[in-house]
Design a protein around this ligand. Structure first.
Ligand SMILES: Nc1ncnc2c1ncn2[C@@H]1O[C@H](COP(=O)(O)OP(=O)(O)O)[C@@H](O)[C@H]1O
Ligand SMILES: [Mg+2]
Length: 272
């Protein structure tokens, strides 16, 4: 076939929590060096998907039921989470989790634990993180719990980057952030990708995600219902109506007096 090399390949993945089936035969691909987004509302299965890839589902009482995940042609199924990191896949879990009582620097060091690479590699990773997020260098010796929400999100991303991943899994990095901070996180994701790291970005903020990604998938109640080039999805009526809050022109004319811009979209526009 030729074409683009695949970094991540998820095929027919089903997963759940006990009797709850959260993912049903989900298939998706992330080409090497690409930004791919998975859109979906609350409970669609976005976090479950990332946990299944990073092999952390068991920490949440869940399990993969069937299907396969491979990275660079190598099966990740059956690996311990730290082996997945060593294979080049790092996850930033939802809710910007940092070790609040540890210093910013120690949080970053923790991200390099178990990663491949010698001291020089880890020093280079730290330098890269400090260049991306200068505030993390300025606050190196402060407790992470004292950082603002946006700074904690930067720290969570920085920690994942300490393992020098080839693929970064990001779980709703913009959630709950002020518009300007969300825009800065978006800029950083673009920069991280430009430096050669592929990104699988899970978001409810479709406007933000579709600007970053080349390809997008829509997940609804555990199933992929739409997929394609991000620009095509951004232009599709379905996505515009359901995820970008844009009503179709006729409906707009009918409701001429109503303001129809989606709050998330307009906040994002303001922040740019
Ligand atoms: N730890 C858990 N235990 C049981 N059910 C869960 C757990 N986490 C998520 N779920 C359920 O799995 C489904 C998908 O959830 P999730 O992957 O968190 O969705 P999203 O990240 O898109 O909001 C939902 O029905 C949710 O209630
Ligand atoms: Mg989630």
């Amino acid at each position: 076939m030729g074409g683009t090399a695949l970094a991540l390949e998820v095929a027919d993945l089903s997963a759940g929590y006990g009797p709850v089936r959260a993912l049903r035969r989900v298939s998706l691909e992330v080409p090497e060096g690409a930004v791919v987004t998975v859109l979906g509302g609350n409970g669609a299965g976005k976090s479950t998907l990332l946990r299944a890839i990073s092999r952390t589902l068991t920490f949440h009482g869940g399990a993969v039921v069937s299907g396969t995940v491979s990275f660079g042609g190598r099966a990740l199924g059956g690996l311990a989470p730290d082996r997945v990191v060593a294979a080049g896949v790092s996850q930033v879990p939802e809710g910007r989790q940092v070790f609040a009582r540890m210093t910013v620097e120690d949080n970053l060091r923790a991200g390099a634990l178990g990663a491949r690479g010698d001291r020089a590699t880890k020093a280079a990773a730290m330098k890269r993180v400090h260049e991306l997020f200068p505030v993390l260098a300025d606050r190196a010796h402060q407790r992470a719990g004292l950082l603002s929400g946006g700074e904690q999100q930067m720290l969570a991303v920085g920690r994942a980057l300490m393992a020098s991943p080839k693929l970064l899994l990001l779980d709703e990095p913009s959630l709950g952030l002020a518009p300007l901070m969300a825009a800065r996180i978006a800029d950083t994701i673009r920069e991280i990708n430009a430096q050669g790291t592929a990104v699988l970005l899970v978001e409810q903020n479709a406007a933000l995600a579709l600007r970053l990604a080349s390809r997008a998938y829509v997940l609804e109640v555990g199933e992929v219902t739409l997929s394609g080039p991000a620009a095509e999805l951004a232009a599709s009526d379905e996505v515009r109506r359901r995820y970008l809050g844009v009503v179709d022109e006729e409906a707009a004319a009918d409701a001429a007096s109503a303001t129809t811009t989606h709050p998330v979209l307009s906040r994002w526009e303001e922040a740019r």
